[in-house]
Design a protein around this ligand. Structure first.
Ligand code: GL4
Length: 806
């Protein structure tokens, strides 16, 4: 989009006058931000309307990505970039004496997700639009996003995230598209016309689902798709029932908060209702659109619509689609089942058993009686069909209703035509272990789609210094086609280029160092290795292994103050689920170790620990460009994919990793010489599970270094952690170290030593860093969504078209 800088300035001033009756000189940053947001939104509104119209007119098949989490972060710069207006906006604002970067900070981080899963959904939204693919998101508009994290005396404290307090400039409330969702009560089947059975609802509650739409702007292609998030309200017809404030509150609470859990299931009533609420609202609105605009027979639905079930939270898509097709559209069960299977596809995001969602039959019956009846029927028919083909045991193990519970993963697999994992290793493990039974039954349904990241955000937007060096060196085509980053491989021995990249890194490190000083009062040197571990706090991700190594370094330095070692800053960013006690204990221990080490004058700043509070997308954007080392140290087989690993390599950090998740593919991309791999392989982990020979006690007894490090948790070396230190110690020794930290400790320490040596040889390090950047293009989510589009959704990109303004 071409827009003259002067016109931009005038428009901004005009918006301020219109919206706030104010001149620029008198406006606050806040007001300017909102005026700018309105300007940007107006710039894509025609393209938004035209995209929608185009899909309708051309009868384009569309995908609807159902996800209980979306984590877009801030959208101002990303929208400006995608509209081709970032430079114009920056220059225009500079002329007006305003700094775009600080203005952008006014925007509240839209944090409607926990971590990787929600962020992936948002990267996909960006890429689907940028690839010109007809696709929309469907989710929940939580009033409160993921909690704000503070540290008090080293403990995590959770505060509400009131992200909507000053309004959300990007959304449009579409009251005319509201739908009703029925929950609770009783349902029985009664004879209706022509002897058919129809459900009759009694004493049900009606919830009004109101959609808020946000434009998902494609990169310089005039495509704007829709992210539709649903909010609950009381329908006019039900006003009488909700006279008490408490009654209203209860209802309105349904979309109030996001469940702050990652990789862990929390089977609570309100969560199940949340799941049904956005599923039912979404599918009803899809069917309404189909009938009104697409105007084809309902039996052709699968030619025009594809629905993606992102993890099991939207698994009720299957029975809800059946309900609408059978109860409302009068299709036969068989016909409806055929359509539903063709429309639905499912992604599994975890192999952690505790994350596989199950609901008690009792709760499901009480909360969603019609859904339960339909699930029962699906289950009965599944058992009946499969009994003829497979052994009894296998059918019993895979059925949906088992041991008094409804298994949501089973429902998702049985009710869809595709089940995919999110990295090669993870997809293989699904087939061979976690979902092996289903693989026997439906071998053709299983496939892999390795995750990817929205590279424009994670390079161009967050790392301008590096982007300029890339432009100068390999031209600008990489900005549209990240595969072109490969061209950088021609410069791996060009010292001038290496120096420029190193300079860019230094600038980013300084920016982060300033931020660290400002927020934590810790001073760090940009000469040190910035060693980064940023992700949810979880035992399997092994932040504790990182801490064990730091304590070892500390003890080495105390013993031998002249030890020759690189300066290091260990940077953590991580939230623990409020109910995840052990994760919170680890946070406390890291914070207390930080207090000890950062303030010990013997250490002379050679190690620093910085635990930045409130890790979120915006903080990731500050940390990632400044990272030297990317810690991806989960126990092999436990991390489905990871995506921070991809963002960090793209920004030139060197990966220190186990062969887990997508780390395996990162190693394949950069080669063994440009990554540091350590630890057990997934096969070795499974061998331990089989032979049950793992003994943490033995490792402790036989290894004096491990002994000294662990003792630091209980002998007062680290102050203020009497209880927490004991818990950590016991988890490793008494409870036999569930995630094999002690087994991987030695090889982790060795890998860290090699990293230290390598960093000492700056041109060697810079070359590795360049090779990582050059091979980052492979993990673009543009590529990932194209594969979903071709293999699973069967949707095609739009032919190029131009809008009136475009
Ligand atoms: C996750 C995985 O833990 C993570 O490895 C993966 O990258 C992400 C997106 O596929 O999904 N699963 C859950 S649950 N939370 C995640 O972040």
């Amino acid at each position: 989009m071409v827009l003259d800088k002067e016109v931009f300035k005038e428009e901004l001033k005009q918006r301020l006058r219109e919206n706030y009756a104010m001149e620029l000189e008198d406006a606050s940053e806040h007001e300017i931000f909102y005026a700018l947001g309105a300007l940007v939104k107006a710039r894509y509104s025609d393209a938004w309307r035209d995209t929608w119209k185009y899909y309708v007119d051309k009868h384009k098949k569309q995908v609807y990505y159902f996800s209980i989490e979306f984590l877009p972060g801030r959208m101002l710069k990303s929208n400006l970039l995608n509209l081709g207006l970032l430079d114009t906006a920056r220059e225009a604002l500079t002329d007006l004496g305003i700094d775009l970067d600080s203005l952008a900070e006014v925007e509240k981080d839209m944090a409607l997700g926990n971590g990787g899963l929600g962020r992936l959904a948002s990267c996909f939204m960006d890429s689907i639009a940028s690839c010109g693919l007809p696709g929309n998101g469907n989710g929940i508009r939580y009033d409160y996003g993921l909690f704000k994290q503070r540290f008090v005396d080293g403990y995590q404290v959770e505060l509400p995230d009131e992200w909507l307090q000053s309004g959300n400039i990007w959304e449009i409330r579409r009251e005319s598209k509201a739908v009703d969702v029925r929950v609770g009560g009783h349902v029985y089947l009664a004879e209706a016309m022509e002897g058919k059975l129809k459900p009759v609802y009694e004493n049900e509650r009606i919830l009004r689902a109101v959609p808020y739409d946000t434009g998902m702007v494609g990169y310089e292609n005039n495509v704007v798709n829709t992210l539709r998030l649903w909010s609950v309200e009381i329908p006019d017809s039900e006003e009488d029932k909700y006279q008490s404030i408490q009654g209203r509150r209860e209802l309105e609470d349904l979309t109030a908060v996001l469940y702050p859990d990652d990789s862990n299931e929390h089977g609570r009533l309100i969560r199940l209702t949340q799941e049904y609420f956005f599923v039912s609202a979404g599918i009803q609105s899809i069917i309404r659109h189909y009938k009104k605009r697409v105007q084809k027979p309902i039996s052709n639905l699968s030619e025009y619509i594809s629905i993606h079930i992102n993890d099991t939270h939207p698994a009720l898509c299957v029975p809800e689609m059946m309900r609408i097709l059978v109860d409302e559209e009068d299709l036969s069960w068989e016909q409806a089942w055929d359509i539903t299977g063709k429309v639905m596809s499912y992604t599994n995001h975890t192999i952690m058993a505790e994350a596989l969602e199950k609901w008690s039959i009792d709760l499901m019956k009480r909360t969603l009686p019609r859904m339960y009846q339909i699930i029962e029927e699906i289950d009965a028919r599944y058992v009946q069909t499969m009994r003829e083909l497979h052994p009894h045991d296998l059918v019993e193990r895979t059925r949906i209703i088992r041991n008094g519970q409804v298994h949501m993963a089973h429902l998702s697999i049985i009710g869809s035509h595709s089940t995919n994992g999110v990295a090669k290793l993870h997809s293989d493990l699904l087939k061979s272990v976690v979902l092996h039974d289903f693989y026997i039954i439906y071998p053709d349904r299983f496939n892999n789609k390795t995750n990817g990241i929205a590279q424009r955000r994670w390079s161009q937007i967050v790392n301008e210094p590096m982007s300029s060096v890339l432009d100068e060196t390999i031209g600008k085509t990489w900005r549209k086609d990240p595969g072109d980053l490969k061209l950088l491989m021609n410069y791996q021995s060009d010292q001038a280029v290496l120096d420029k990249l190193a300079e860019a890194k230094k600038i980013n490190k300084q920016v982060l160092a300033d931020y660290i000083l400002e927020t934590t009062e810790i001073e760090v040197s940009t000469d040190a290795i910035f060693d980064v571990q940023i992700k949810r706090l979880h035992a399997y991700k092994r932040q504790l292994l990182n801490l064990l190594h730091i304590i070892k370094l500390y003890q080495d330095l105390k013993e031998n103050p002249d030890l020759d070692m690189q300066k290091r800053v260990f940077i953590f960013g991580a939230k623990a689920a409020p109910s995840y006690h052990y994760a919170k204990v680890i946070i406390k221990c890291i914070n207390e170790a930080a207090n000890l080490i950062n303030n010990d004058s013997d250490i002379k700043d050679r190690i620093k620990i910085v635990f930045l509070p409130n890790y979120n997308v915006s903080l990731a954007e500050k940390i990632i460009p400044a990272a030297d080392v990317s810690e991806q140290i989960s126990l092999a087989s436990k991390e489905a994919s990871g995506t921070s690993n991809m963002k960090l390599m793209l920004n030139g950090a060197i990966t220190l990793a186990t062969l887990d998740g997508a780390n395996v593919e990162i190693r394949d991309a950069v080669g063994d010489d440009n990554i540091y791999i350590f630890g057990l392989t997934e096969k070795e982990v499974y061998e331990y599970y089989e032979n049950q020979e793992y003994s943490a006690q033995q490792l402790y007894d036989e290894n004096p270094i491990i002994r000294r490090v662990l003792n630091a948790f209980i002998d007062g070396t680290i102050p203020n952690i009497v209880y927490e230190g004991r818990e950590i110690f016991d988890s490793l020794i008494k409870y036999n170290d569930e995630y094999f930290l002690l087994r991987d400790f030695d090889s982790y320490v060795k890998a860290q030593e090699e990293i230290g040596k390598a960093y000492g040889d700056q041109s060697f390090w810079q070359k590795m860093s360049l090779i990582n950047i050059a091979n980052g293009g492979r993990f673009s989510s543009d590529e990932t969504v194209r594969r979903y589009a071709e293999d699973i959704w069967k949707i095609e990109p739009k032919d190029s078209f131009v809008t009136e303004k475009g």
